[in-house]
Design a protein around this ligand. Structure first.
Ligand code: ZN
Length: 654
């Protein structure tokens, strides 16, 4: 079984063979992609950075795709075959990436906006286009069938907490049966009718519980607007119901829109809300939701997407681009969807260090043109912060305060973030730290929600949720005191399990050429080839896990986790040696244990039990060779053991 140790070397050999053969039309002039890319680096004297996998990839007509006068044309021709692309970096190098359907480059955005501008030249032609978009966005999102299945039960409301000029109350609103969206309502202390601002959340760390979010909600409330924020699907308390992995699904795209509209419906039943002043405001992924919510529902009267809006990026998370909304009416983008808000007040906040850097030159002039159809160019504004990056920092919040103060007549004198009380996360929860207050009818599985959608679509996600659960159970068995460490280790293990699975699935045994095992002389078996393919997984995947585990866990805890991966094979195998070698010495035991621990650490990077067993077999062979070299006769010991067992069995039968 030692054969496996050398199998990965075979993989390297196979690419040599491909390279050495004579290139002719019979073999399609095929060359390994990695060699072709190396040639490009040398030939054009450029550096390529890899964000792609070249293992096992072979390019037909390879050298005929090269254009001697252009590195970029050569890269386009070579990479396009594998659906890869390049992105030029600031330092002149090129990053090689997989095709990303929601992300394009500025130049594409410019061309798209120029094309869209040819479709309308006045209010009338624009409104026929926006009517098409309004209809098709709904259809492509598939929201209406879900909205129809909503329940209308009373929300679960917490006690009201009073602060300086505002109050906070948590809300859990049931949308689909047993599925809750949790959030907090920030209300001005002053009596009377208030503006309402729906504040969908983005992907900033700590979600809606973070400090700058509370500052913004509370400050706007102090100024006179009721603000509602709520968890992303699968984030915060939603994770208790559907698991965190479910966030990265097209269901999240739909459900987040359903959540925003359902909260709007509920809030409008409150007597203190002025239905003529309804706002939407959010940053990053929250900005993508602002675009979508306002396209879906015309009750909004002012909107402010922050560090989000662009014509060349739809939002990279499935919660922003999981459903093909931007394919509506022959193709659209977030800039055009936002233009549907004309002539109502709109603020776009952008910065110099993310994809919104193009707003002042591309998206803002485009929006002004549409607003111009209504003689309302003064209603659309852009606050651009060229030296800032992708966050919801003070300058962005100030821009939002100014905008809503003007749009909704809020009280600027009350704008003072120092008066805001930052509450701990626990205060903002509806269902308690561990979900102990979840209602009895609460859904506790993504499957229940997926049943409202196309169930078949979510097999990969269900596998993710299974791995997430596995990681959670393993970490729970350690009984860590520190929840932050526990969360870190859960994520670490979950990511590792996923990478192992994905590598395994993307590199089937057929990617390894058939061949002869040099140690047995037999043809490589399916398992041999499967293990060669899996052994080529980048070493960083393993190192990242081990370094992370060792950083926060004791060595004993690290071993417990590795035992979980390998279902306790070290202890089980060692027990076998005790049984077969009854007088095993302490030194022998230590050596054998050392080998088995090596097997364990190697085995965690393999996906299934057959493979894990095969790794242990390699090291068991080593253990047995060691015993033989140490004056034992393994064959005899094993024979004696089998005889003894058979004798015992026979005695038992009598
Ligand atoms: Zn998302």
């Amino acid at each position: 079984m030692k054969k496996y140790i050398f199998l990965s070397a075979l993989l390297v050999c196979s690419s040599f063979l491909l390279n050495a053969q004579t290139l002719t039309s019979e073999n399609q002039f095929a060359r390994p992609l990695s060699n072709v890319l190396n040639d490009i680096q040398t030939r054009f004297n450029v550096r390529l950075k890899y964000d792609i996998d070249t293992v096992g990839k072979v390019l037909p007509y390879a050298d005929f795709r090269i254009r001697p006068y252009s590195v970029e044309e050569s890269l386009t021709n070579v990479l396009g075959y594998f659906d890869y692309k390049y992105v030029k970096q600031g330092d002149g190098s090129y990053k090689l990436k997989s095709f990303e359907y929601p992300r394009r480059i500025d130049a594409d955005g410019e061309k798209m906006l120029a094309y869209l501008n040819t479709l309308y030249s006045d209010k009338e032609t624009w409104e026929s286009r926006s009517a098409c978009l309004r209809k098709e966005v709904r259809q492509r999102l598939g929201i209406d069938t879900i909205l129809k299945q909503r329940v209308s039960s009373k929300p679960i409301l917490s006690k009201i907490r009073k602060f300086d000029g505002y109050t906070v109350q948590n809300i859990a609103l049931e949308t689909l049966p047993g599925l809750y969206v949790c959030g907090s309502i920030y209300t001005p202390s002053k009596k009377g009718k208030h503006a309402l601002i729906i504040c969908p959340n983005g992907h900033f760390g700590d979600g809606r519980y973070r400090k700058d979010q509370q500052q913004r909600m509370a400050t706007l409330a102090r100024m006179g607007a009721v603000c509602v924020d709520y968890d992303l699907f699968g984030w915060g308390e939603s994770a208790l119901q559907v698991g965190a992995a479910s966030h990265r699904s097209s269901v999240a795209h739909v459900m987040q829109a359903v959540n925003g509209l359902s909260l709007l419906d509920y809030m409008l039943t409150r007597k203190d809300i002025d239905a003529t002043r309804i706002g939407a405001n959010g940053g990053s992924g929250g900005g993508s939701q602002v675009v979508l919510l306002t396209a879906l529902d015309e009750r909004f009267t002012a909107a402010a997407p922050v560090v989000s809006l662009a014509s060349h990026f739809d939002g990279g998370c499935p919660c922003e681009s999981g459903m093909p909304v931007t394919l509506a009416c022959g193709g659209t983008n977030n800039a055009e969807l936002m233009a549907m808000f004309a002539p109502r007040p709109l603020l776009v906040v952008s910065d110099g260090k993310d994809w919104t850097a193009s707003v002042p030159t591309l998206e803002y002039p485009y929006l002004q043109r549409i607003y111009g159809f209504y003689n309302a160019t003064n209603k659309v504004s852009n606050v651009h912060l060229p030296t800032e990056g992708h966050d919801f920092g003070p300058n962005k919040r100030n821009a939002v305060y100014d905008f809503f103060a003007t749009a909704f007549g809020l009280d600027k004198k009350m704008e003072d973030e120092s008066k805001v009380t930052i509450e701990p996360q626990s205060a903002l929860l509806c269902f308690g730290a561990n979900g102990e207050l979840l209602p009895e009818n609460a859904v506790r599985s993504f499957d229940v929600v997926a049943a409202y959608f196309d169930k078949k679509l979510y097999s990969q996600l269900k596998s993710d949720l299974g791995l997430e659960k596995k990681a959670a159970e393993w970490v729970a068995s350690l009984n860590l005191d520190n929840e932050k460490d526990a969360g870190f280790v859960r994520t670490l293990i979950y990511n590792h399990l996923r990478q192992v699975r994905d590598w395994h699935n993307e590199h089937p045994y057929t990617t390894v050429p058939e061949g002869i095992n040099p140690f047995t002389g037999n043809k490589l078996s399916k398992l041999d080839r499967e293990m060669i393919a899996d052994s080529a997984m980048p070493k960083e995947v393993h190192e990242k896990l081990m370094n992370g585990l060792r950083r926060v866990l004791t060595e004993e805890q690290v071993e417990q986790i590795l035992d979980k991966y390998t279902v306790g094979k070290v202890a089980f195998t060692l027990k076998g040696y005790y049984a077969i070698v009854p007088d095993l010495t302490a030194e022998e035991e230590a050596t054998i244990l050392g080998h088995l621990k090596q097997a364990r650490e190697q085995a965690i990077d393999y996906k299934n039990m057959k493979q894990i067993s095969a790794i242990f077999e390699i090291y068991k062979t080593k253990c047995e060779q060691y015993l033989n070299n140490n004056g034992r006769n393994w064959r005899q010991l094993f024979k004696d053991y089998v005889n003894k067992r058979n004798a015992e069995k026979a005695a038992g039968k009598k």
